[in-house]
Design a protein around this ligand. Structure first.
Ligand code: PEP
Ligand code: MN
Length: 262
């Protein structure tokens, strides 16, 4: 059965304070948690960059069943250790009731992936959780449909929402998705929630991620969700769109004149 928000891990006061500060919300980390060393090493880089949170997939909704599906509970253990080591907020994706129950004791922010933006059963469960939800845009969802998903969370009582634009499907094939930059100012007008951008899944390629990240900042985004990996060419998922540590640090340094990354 569903356990609800009984095992509160994040201090929600920290969350409220974070939103009141004008700190730019950077969440970085690997697409998937692959082993303990990888996530600890990455978490230290993320912490040193001034980011607020560590992302890392434990339950991966992969396009094909033979692809790496994530380490599940083992990954959650590693994320808990990375959190203990760095104090970063942990963001991880949940895909169903079982993964939600497992992630609740560890995750500070629960990610809803693009493929699940219209999974209304999942949204109803998350509406009852006393933790922030990072709601990604569906891969072919209009802003109206995205706002419908927001309404499901709100109706059930959860108004701790971060909206994440991650690109939408268009006819263009040189990028994995097309970053809809208009979504940023529009959602900021239409909702009271932080709007962040994931340039990694929008681009699907490493080379243009800094440009998209800067465009997001110029458009008024409140933060970024970025995939990074110690050795992108050896990543078990999304290596082609993951920055290495040096590329990531350079990007954050380039953003610092424009936004307050702590
Ligand atoms: C992810 O963040 O690794 C992910 C699966 O993203 P999306 O749901 O945007 O495809
Ligand atoms: Mn990914």
């Amino acid at each position: 059965g569903f356990k609800g928000g009984t095992r509160l891990f994040v201090d929600l006061k920290i969350w409220e304070d974070l939103l009141k500060s004008n700190r730019f919300l950077v969440f970085a980390g690997p697409c998937a948690v692959e082993n303990l060393e990888q996530i600890i090493e990455t978490a230290k880089i993320v912490k040193d960059s001034g980011a607020v949170g560590l992302r890392g997939g434990a339950f991966k909704p992969r396009t094909r069943p033979e692809s790496f599906q994530g380490l599940g509970e083992e990954a959650l253990k590693y994320l808990a250790l990375a959190k203990a080591e760095t104090g970063l907020l942990v963001v991880t994706e949940v895909i169903d009731e079982d993964s939600l129950n497992k992630a609740l004791p560890v995750a500070d922010i629960l990610q809803v992936g693009s493929r699940n933006m219209q999974n209304y059963a999942l949204l109803k469960l998350l509406a009852k959780v006393d933790k922030p939800v990072l709601l990604k845009r569906g891969l072919a969802a209009t802003l109206e449909e995205w706002l419908g998903a927001v309404a499901y969370l709100e109706k059930g009582g959860n108004r701790k929402i971060i909206l994440c634009e991650r690109g939408i499907r268009t006819f263009e094939t040189m990028t994995r998705n097309t970053l809809d930059i208009s979504a940023v100012p529009l959602l900021k007008k239409l909702t009271p929630y932080p709007v962040i951008v994931d340039p990694s899944h929008a681009a699907g390629r490493r080379d243009i991620i800094p440009s998209l990240a800067k465009a997001a900042v110029a458009a008024g985004a409140d933060g970024l969700l970025i995939e990074i990996h110690p050795e992108p060419e050896r990543a078990l998922s999304d290596g082609q769109q993951s920055l290495n540590f040096q590329e990531y640090e350079q990007l954050i340094n380039e953003l610092k004149p424009w936004v307050h990354v702590a």
